[in-house]
Design a protein around this ligand. Sequence first.
Ligand SMILES: Cc1cc2nc3c(=O)[nH]c(=O)nc-3n(C[C@H](O)[C@H](O)[C@H](O)COP(=O)(O)O)c2cc1C
Length: 321
Amino acid sequence: MKYVLAPLADYTDAPFRLMCFEGGADMAYTEMVSAAALAHAHGPSERLLVMMPGEGPVGCQIFGSSESDVAAAARKVSGRGFSELNLNAGCPMKTVTRSGAGAKLLDDPAKIGRLLKAMKENTDLPVTLKTRLGPHPARTTVYDILGEAERAGASGISIHARYASQLHGGEVHLDELARVVETARIPVTGNGSVRTPREASGMSATGVSAIMIGRGALADPSIFRRLREGGDVAAPDGPSLCAKHLGYILKFREMLAARHPGERIPSPDAFASVKMHRHLFRYFGGLPGAAAMRARLNSVRTVAEIYDIITSYANGRHTQA
Ligand SMILES: Cc1cc2nc3c(=O)[nH]c(=O)nc-3n(C[C@H](O)[C@H](O)[C@H](O)COP(=O)(O)O)c2cc1C
């Protein structure tokens, strides 16, 4: 079975993807990138297209609702080392749906077909789609979406086996996913709350050709290896994962500063503390003294402070916090 890191906005940047590749991921996706921003502007969105040495294959995910925007984005993304170009047709967040993109597209399979076609006509990369079962349980549109994707020449489809109305919780509809796999003529990747070998084998029983993991990778980027090996594998060593991750973040910042000399890249302290903030709780959560450390984890502002937290765990000083 192939294990794939899901696109996660604000998380699956190059340093985190690298952690996941080292943890056994077979493939990863960028955070979703706005096609409109790529089409009309330069700057921050382009930074999402930067990869680090050692990672790959990486698919670039875009979101958008205009054929001309996704076409321009497809041209911009081509030739940058990505293994595929993926369209987001499942994100239920208002910031994405209010412009007609993401989960809004679940109501209009024909439009998904037109967007995929526009992407295909403007890149040599394989074009794929990430979607859901439909807007809500009374409206399952995934079969029409699959047909549109196949006719547009998509090379694969990832399905989060929930409805948009469920957001990221509730039942994962594996039976429906199995029916989609039976119908599909292109490879189907299955997604939705897989964290344990048991959940992975439930997903695998649907016949999918790959399993996509999102939130399960956040606290444990080696989940991919753990699932592949099955059985009991030692729990991840949070503090040393954190040290490694911090090293990659600092290296990534240097790469950005070298590549975009005209842009204001935040200082190493600001860059690292913002990026690490999202991960610190998970790397230290559940460890002895973590609850007492909460305030400190919350107020981290410098690289030195993060290293101090890591070494205080290594030396047992955390219990005094
Ligand atoms: C914080 C967060 C950010 C996400 N960002 C994206 C995104 O950029 N593109 C996308 O297609 N899905 C996004 N998703 C959905 C995930 O890719 C995935 O489909 C969902 O989390 C279910 O998988 P999981 O249960 O393994 O996490 C996001 C989910 C979360 C929780």
